[in-house]
Design a protein around this ligand. Structure first.
Ligand SMILES: [Zn+2]
Length: 167
């Protein structure tokens, strides 16, 4: 921060004219050309960081602008950066919440598919055992085979759907 030699108020610098003006008493101060051109290059660098339009970019821009806080228009730029930074952070957290929600939904569907698969396998095995029993006792009936075939078909369908859903 540059201070006015007369009143001690803060001096705002215009790097293009290399002149600083006290915001309390209006006293003008000449700024060293080297300092002015350094301010200009830092200002430009910070504006480039803003163009990245990322939270990291705005963070860096704010850091750069704060190092030349006594330059005209910098306070407004910092304000802009802080606003955009807050907006981006908010969007980020909303996106994260949505991702978490869809993840837990996927888990629920996965559990449901597993339960159906297990039931279908049990049906298939029960049908086979029933069929084997009927064959061994010499009375093969269609029903047992149907149960086994239906169980196996359910198993296949759910398995294929599960595979497709997981992709
Ligand atoms: Zn002054």
């Amino acid at each position: 921060m540059l201070n006015c030699e007369i009143c001690g108020g803060s001096v705002l610098v215009n790097p293009d004219t290399a002149i600083g003006i006290c915001d309390s008493c209006g006293n003008t101060v000449e700024i060293d050309e080297a300092v002015a051109s350094k301010c200009k290059s830092v200002f430009r660098m910070a504006e480039h960081k803003m163009l990245l339009n990322s939270s990291k970019g705005y963070e860096e821009a704010i850091r750069l602008f704060e190092s030349i806080e006594y330059v005209e228009g910098v306070k407004e730029k910092i304000e802009q950066c802080r606003n955009r930074y807050a907006e981006l952070k908010k969007k980020e957290s909303v996106r994260q919440k949505q991702a978490k929600r869809s993840e837990s939904q996927d888990t629920k569907i996965g559990v449901l598919i597993t339960v159906i698969l297990v039931l279908a396998v049990l049906l298939f095995i029960a049908g086979l055992i029933f069929a084997a029993y009927k064959i061994l006792s010499g009375k093969l009936e269609g029903k047992a085979l149907y149960i086994a075939i239906i169980g196996f078909a359910v198993f296949l369908v759910v398995f294929v759907i599960g595979k497709a859903a997981n992709r």
